[in-house]
Design a protein around this ligand. Sequence first.
Ligand SMILES: Nc1ncnc2c1ncn2[C@@H]1O[C@H](COP(=O)(O)OP(=O)(O)O)[C@@H](O)[C@H]1O
Ligand SMILES: [Mg+2]
Length: 288
Amino acid sequence: MTTAWMIYNGSLAGDKFRDQAELLQEAAMRKGVEARIVANDELFIDATSSFPSRPDFAVLLDKDVLLGRFLRTLHIPVYNDPEVIERCDNKAHQYIALAQANIPMPHTIVAPKTYPNAPLQNERYLDHIIETLGFPMVVKEGRGSFGMHVYLIQTREELFEKVATLGGVDFIFQKYVASSHGRDIRVNIIGDDIVAAMQRTSDCDFRANITNGGTASTVVLTDVQKKIALRAAQAVGATFAGVDLLFDENEQPLVCEVNAAAHIRNIYNVTGINVADAMIDYILEDLK
Ligand SMILES: Nc1ncnc2c1ncn2[C@@H]1O[C@H](COP(=O)(O)OP(=O)(O)O)[C@@H](O)[C@H]1O
Ligand SMILES: [Mg+2]
């Protein structure tokens, strides 16, 4: 019998991370796969001895890239590819890959490297950012989810204050897309297929994330939205992707980000489509 590990992060509080693993476990069981839910802190990356038991494949629902790489060294197939998870987990890396593939996206500038006690303070640099992007502008930390590390900056003073807190953190400056204030589209992609999509809107914030107060509804994607979302997932190499699309001033899509560890519960509740089934189908086909 095929066996699998559904790996989630044991350090994160709240049920939603384990819930994600349960969705995958149930989908795997439906296909006759014996799936175990495993927290990353139940496993030891013991470089000097091997695991007592090993699955036929692992689904890495977390961003534990080191664990993913370790499993790969043991020749355990890991989905998504840990290298893709790493690229997507850092928005600065990701935007460089998206830009290289000519994916339409908001004007984005990657901040220079700084250190914890030496944040960006160069006035000439920051004034150039202000001239280029104007206010309001968006500042995003490289690592962050649920809108928690995405900031709308209104003034020069706020910009200096924010970057002063980001010493040692990878981050980007981005043009604020006013036409997309409080709304975006999440597209879930498996392989070359779009399996589900939802529109998210927020009355209380420029960020449409559901965790941040947004509400979701079903949406019919335009051909352009489909094409851009698929191209974005391909540009970062993601087999499983949750692509966020913004609306430019002509309602055309701009890629906001590609999530390699996209949550699938909300989209299931909204659309009735269980992305976990498509993930398992893809993996079983891929392993043949
Ligand atoms: N440049 C932007 N202009 C307008 N809204 C944005 C912009 N970038 C992000 N947003 C909003 O903020 C939300 C969170 O940004 P995102 O880059 O997806 O980070 P996270 O990984 O936290 O979800 C998006 O879903 C979107 O609603
Ligand atoms: Mg997002």
